[in-house]
Ligand binder design. Structure first.
Ligand code: AMP
Length: 279
């Protein structure tokens, strides 16, 4: 595996591979890799000739300084895992490499409605940060295919919008959420859960299943939402949102018409967890 810390070097190497006729797959991450990330790497390896992974904890997408400071870093393990999986290139830039003129006054993207709801509402500026880093990474890598997790449902929609704004030919490939045995969506932040909280963290997935089941049984959202919220609070969660939205637009919906997506964001102690399920 080639490890590059410099954008110029990375782009030159990728261009050579493209010139040799190889398809480029890209998996951007913030590291502390788990099986969810690795599933994206395996998918990229299946579908493309060269798999590029990036690890960069992007400061501009954190709206909470403490979350940024405590973001888990396990770089030696990450490198070993990527190597074992047959990743071709790991891009490991510094903040200065990604933002050579600093992180103030960066470009803003017109994300419309997407930025006003759910994660957009509860994490102001988060999706601007995602776009700032993704536009740079996409320009450096110029992949044929971009592999991202549906666990971050709204982020997939934001990046799809960014690709449109950039008039990029890159194809976004959303990948299903990889879960722990108790249903908890794998996430780097799970490493920060103390054992007592980890035991209860699977409740989010239970809630999503409860919502799906209740929808199937024809219950109305007005009745389902408080039941789901009660289950979370009874297990010690502080809720940001429990919502049902149109799966294509993320507009809120009040009945379980198809296709919809249920989305949850809630804190257990200091750790904020998100998850979603297509209904
Ligand atoms: P992150 O390192 O959290 O920024 O995630 C990097 C990529 O991995 C994003 O596209 C995430 O959506 C994806 N990802 C994170 N967790 C999972 C998971 N449990 N299953 C599938 N994809 C995931």
């Amino acid at each position: 595996m080639i490890i590059s810390r410099y954008a110029g070097q990375l782009t030159r190497y990728i261009q050579q591979q493209k010139a040799a006729g190889l398809q480029i797959g890209f998996v951007p991450t913030m590291g502390a890799l788990h099986e969810g990330h690795m599933a994206l790497i395996h998918q990229s390896k299946k579908e493309t000739g060269i798999t590029v992974c990036s690890i960069f904890v992007n400061p501009t997408q954190f709206n909470n300084a403490s979350d940024y400071q405590h973001y888990p870093i396990t770089i030696d393990q990450d490198i070993a895992r990527l190597e074992k999986a047959g990743t071709d290139i790991l891009f490991l830039p510094s903040v200065a490499e990604m933002y050579p003129t600093g992180t103030d006054g960066l470009e803003q993207y017109d994300l419309g409605f997407l930025e006003t709801v759910l994660e957009g509402k509860y994490r102001p500026g988060h999706f601007q940060g995602v776009c700032q880093v993704m536009s740079r990474l996409l320009t450096m890598v110029q992949p044929h295919q971009l592999f991202m997790g549906q666990k971050d449902y709204q982020q997939c929609m934001v990046v799809s919008r960014l690709l449109q704004l950039m008039q990029s030919p890159t194809r976004l490939v959303p990948f299903p959420t990889v879960r722990e045995a108790d249903g908890l969506a794998m996430s780097s932040r799970n490493l920060r859960l103390p054992p007592a909280h980890r035991e209860r963290a699977g409740t989010i997935y239970k809630c999503l299943q409860l919502i799906k089941e209740a929808c199937k049984n024809g219950k109305s959202w007005k009745d389902i939402q408080p039941q789901a919220m009660d289950l979370l609070t009874a297990n010690g969660f502080r809720i940001d949102y429990v919502e049902l939205a149109d799966a294509g637009t993320l507009e809120p919906v009040n009945d379980c018409h198809q296709p919809a997506v249920a989305l949850i964001a809630a804190f257990l102690g200091e750790v904020r967890l998100i998850d979603n399920l297509l209904i």
